[in-house]
Design a protein around this ligand. Sequence first.
Ligand code: SF4
Length: 491
Amino acid sequence: MAFNLKSAAVQTRESRLGSITGYEGDLYDLVEQSRCGSLRNCERCFSQSSMCLSICALGQLGGIRDVAILYHAPSGCCATAAGAKVMYRQIGAVIGKEYRSNMVGTDIDESDTVFGALDTVHDIARTVVETYHPSALFIASSCVTGVIGEDIDSLAEELKEEIDIPVMSVHCEGFKSRVWASGFDISDHAVLQGIVKPPKEKRQVINFKNFFESARPEITRLFAEFGVTPQFLYVNSTVEELSHISESLATVCICGTLGTYLGNALEELYGVPYIRTVNPLGVTGYETWLREIGRVIGKSEEVEVYITRERAIYISQIEEVAKELKGLRAVIGMGPGYTYEVARVLAELGIDVVWAAAWHYDYKYDNGDVPPALEHLRNTTPNNIKLSVADQQNYEVMNILAEYKPDLYFSRHPGSTVWAIKQGVTAVYVADEYMIFGYKGTLSFAKTVLDTVRNRSFAENLAAHTQVPYTDWWYKQNHSDMLKPNPAEVR
Ligand code: SF4
């Protein structure tokens, strides 16, 4: 795909990647439809509320250590800002870095909505810069400012003339995409537009796109074995560091959904190779990922030495735990960057995935390929897997759990995990993005699963003392009846 940094806004995933939020079928069918281009989104006759893409966009930008975000929005849209600030401050403290970024909401009200408020926003921007001295300023739109057409692009251009730091407009109106991961692309677009500079030299650095970098020390040690250092994005990065990411040897990511826009754009615009293998979760994922990194940076021999050494430590231990897990039945409900990766890892551990739900599905990534984890699963799994795509429609997940009665539910979102537990289904909350990273993470994950199934008292007790709002009537319904193909949709 051609990346156009001159365009103020990045296209949504629906229009750029053909992403969908409504599907029910199976692995073979989804891959086949993706390959031949016949995949269509299905509409629901009922939907629960989901998440806003601006939280993803501004959450990513807010992780940068020295910026200001001016969010031209009603106060309610800024509800997550305080929690994010506390979290990023704590993540910075772990590595002894001071977090100085701030998000300021413009608190747009009824009068502003009728008459516009750009002059006020201009004044607020100047005050923000004078008060916090950020290294870059992002001016973000919300649903209301998008609807009334506030011209934040012109405002950003005006401010660039007045203040000596990068100023970027960020078009993150929540209504424009059902796929909240569109927010990741919006943040990448802003960083690429205003902060990343063309390369002047090559540096022995690998860009590592992730969420909260809990494995920072481990990955730093790992990359040191190959003579490179990681540049984690965006949490704990600075504007100065980001300006150089076009000079790195490669870009990798912990989640394909998170990494596709930045990774592909850096490759296309600046020739930084993007590692597009399955992700480093489980044994196969980790080794595939490492070998591709080794190939791209010319360190294949060092990678093989590392793999041989670490295999000797971990593989037999993983296999020992896997013997205890064999035959367990699982349902997965996660974002698509993890659903198919975790399904592969569970298969490695001998666990049968009876249903895998992804919160959306990218029909292709920005390089035009079917997401590699799905393609890999299709090519390696001996059994077809029932799949659905639902933007965290928990009522559907509850129906699926009631029907399939799995031994375990795996989810990466607390709002989904807790409902399964209330229903009495033992759940593993795969909260940390690095929970299954590498050999060590895979062993630890396998032990966590074993501990979880050996003691189900939490789910049993919570279910015994909770009345869920779902009735037998709903559990007897066929959840697929909620989905109808959209005949108007033509790709
Ligand atoms: S931007 Fe729109 S969808 Fe997002 S929180 Fe604000 S009003 Fe809600």
